[in-house]
Design a protein around this ligand. Structure first.
Ligand code: SF4
Length: 350
């Protein structure tokens, strides 16, 4: 993921940068000046940086372990402001900060829908699966105004191009109509990211996101509408959301919501994220700092901890009654649901 290199020209209130795409692939030159718009209404407090992207469907590097090869990220930065967000360092490629800048200064690829239409219509495009939500949230607050994800879902559906969406937002319910139309034409998988149902932990760690209970309700509504939706319990935060009883609450609710898949990962703290998260931890949960230092000598939790966590979630799914059989598609065929596609080190565990 990861790669815009930017040169800020603050005197002219413009930015120019090279885009080395969202997911670490080729480099495009974005030469147009960037319009900087103060957020109004529901976007008050944000600054929207309008850019025209040279390309929007980005290739994931061959070396990546991701279970998909193509991604779309119409936004950079995310007003959901999760303290652990692994995409934070990508803002630094823009010459912006990984902290408050990431939360408040949102890059909007205003031509994303027209680019997607053009790119999927290209004779070179082979109709492969495209993952959305791999870097920042496609249904973040800005989407309420810009409707880029809605347009992209519509374009991919019309082109019968398979895709998946991962989000922490109930705004996805606005698009039941276009998602439903897409499901009728191609493989579509949605996932709601719900790391905890605990109100206190949610408010402390994901301050800009909708209540996780409403997110779980969105899982049920998507599945009821025939749009396959799973739950991604992520990331699990040591000492904050990893209590087994709390995790079991999420698993039980996900099974009740008809989740077509449940996957989970432990927190990882890669450089850039680590600094931000540990600063937050020192301010809010100083008693946990020493434990994190011990657990995270490297970016990822130790392998045995990850393995134990996966086994724990599997047992919880079984205790909760298991997952539904692969649903029939609206076109009457049966096929496996697409894997929950997002997150570094994603492990499908159910
Ligand atoms: S919703 Fe996702 S992209 Fe947005 S801040 Fe949270 S983790 Fe990052």
């Amino acid at each position: 993921m990861f790669g815009m290199i930017a040169r800020m020209e603050t005197a002219q209130q413009t930015l120019r940068w090279r885009l080395a795409d969202d997911d670490g692939g080729q480099t495009d030159l974005l030469g147009d000046p960037v319009d900087r718009m103060p957020g109004r209404g529901e976007l008050v407090g944000l600054e929207l940086l309008h850019v025209r992207a040279g390309r929007v469907i980005n290739r994931v590097p061959e070396a990546s372990a991701m279970p998909f090869r193509w991604t779309i990220n119409a936004y950079r930065g995310c007003g959901h402001a999760c303290v652990y967000c692994f995409a934070r360092p990508t803002h630094e490629y823009l010459g912006l900060g990984a902290g408050e800048d990431f939360d408040r200064r949102i890059v909007v690829k205003v031509n994303a829908v027209e680019r997607v239409r053009a790119e999927v219509a290209s004779p070179r495009w082979r109709g492969e699966h495209i993952a959305m939500g791999t870097n920042t949230d496609p249904y973040q607050t800005a989407e309420g105004r810009y409707r880029l994800t809605r347009g992209i879902v519509g374009a991919l559906g019309e082109a019968a191009n398979p895709f998946s969406v991962l989000t922490k937002s109930t705004l996805i319910l606005r698009d039941l109509d276009v998602l439903g139309a897409a499901v009728a034409r191609t493989d579509v998988r949605t996932d709601l990211s719900i790391g905890t149902l605990d109100r206190e932990a949610w408010r402390a760690t994901e301050p800009g996101t909708p209540n996780p209970l409403r997110r779980m309700d969105a899982v049920a509504r998507l599945n009821a509408a025939g749009i396959p939706c799973g739950v991604f319990i992520a990331p699990v935060l040591p000492g904050i959301t990893d209590d087994p009883a709390m995790l079991e609450d999420v698993v039980r609710a996900a099974v009740r919501a008809g989740a077509v898949g449940i996957s989970s990962i432990l927190l990882h703290l890669r450089p850039g994220v680590r600094e931000h998260y540990m600063e937050w931890l020192r301010e809010t949960r100083p008693e946990l700092v020493a434990d994190y230092v011990r657990r995270y000598p490297r970016s990822h939790a130790p392998q045995d901890a990850r393995r134990d966590h996966e086994a724990l979630i599997r047992r919880m799914i079984r205790r909760a009654g298991g997952l539904p059989a692969t649903p029939a598609t609206p076109r009457g065929t049966r096929r496996p649901a697409r894997p929950a596609p997002q997150g570094e080190q994603l492990r499908l565990i159910a």
